[in-house]
Design a protein around this ligand. Structure first.
Ligand code: GTP
Ligand code: MG
Length: 199
């Protein structure tokens, strides 16, 4: 996948602000700080187009990035961030739920989990939720560079089991730091946009 153009379009807080050009959308879901924005940057080879932060809870809006004038990445607010009020959390929850259930151009979700840890309760809730609504999902285990090579297989097994990932379902081990898994992610995305757009 050759990224010729990548641009930030809008930080949306309500559906009226979502783009109206009907290009297909690939959304990124995952707990706060898991590496959603970093994955976008790595995929498009731009250092900081999607804003990243070591402070969890940075992305509090739906951030749209248009790629090659052919598709959008939609960076969703991270869940499971403890240091915000219950009201704010419920607000984000509603916004994400509305987006995932009602958004017509949504084609697939990249569900990110941290390879270093077993999935959290919030990760499992999101997992069930995506399955319930029948949205095509690619599970991506991030921060692989932070797990010793010798330990990766057992961490991968833990996630596969907790998420009950089926044989034919995509599971990609990824690192925004060194680019591991990047091509695999692009291939999966292209497969899911095939027959829809020419990337
Ligand atoms: N070593 C390493 N660090 C990573 C990787 N991915 C992300 N990080 C770091 O983890 C922190 C959080 O990354 P973000 O991409 O901002 O995470 P996010 O999921 O967008 O977080 P929110 O916007 O809060 O939901 C940053 O300090 C990143 O540099 C990775 O693959 N390897
Ligand atoms: Mg972010």
């Amino acid at each position: 996948m050759k990224v010729q153009a990548a641009e930030f379009v809008i930080s949306a807080v309500k559906p009226q602000q979502y783009p109206e050009d009907a290009l297909p959308e690939i959304a990124l879901a995952g707990r706060s700080n898991v590496g959603k924005s970093s994955l976008i940057n790595r995929l498009i080879q731009r250092k900081n187009l999607a804003r990243t932060s070591s402070q969890p809870g940075k992305t509090q809006t739906l951030n749209y990035y248009r790629i090659n004038n052919a598709m959008y990445f939609v960076d969703l607010p991270g869940y499971g961030f403890a240091r915000v009020s219950m009201e704010t959390r419920q607000q984000w929850g509603r916004m994400i739920e509305l987006y995932l259930t009602e958004r017509e151009p949504l084609r697939a979700v990249l569900h990110l989990v941290d390879l270093r840890h077993p999935p959290s309760k919030d990760d499992l809730v999101m997992r069930e939720w995506l399955a319930h609504y029948g949205i095509p999902v690619c599970v991506i285990a991030t921060k692989a560079d932070k797990v010793a090579r010798s330990k990766r297989d057992s961490h991968i097994r833990t996630i596969r089991e907790a998420f009950q990932i089926k044989q034919d379902e995509k599971f990609i081990v990824f690192s925004a730091e060194d680019g591991m898994g990047k091509e695999e992610v692009w291939n999966w995305i292209e497969d899911h946009l095939k027959n829809i757009v020419k990337l």
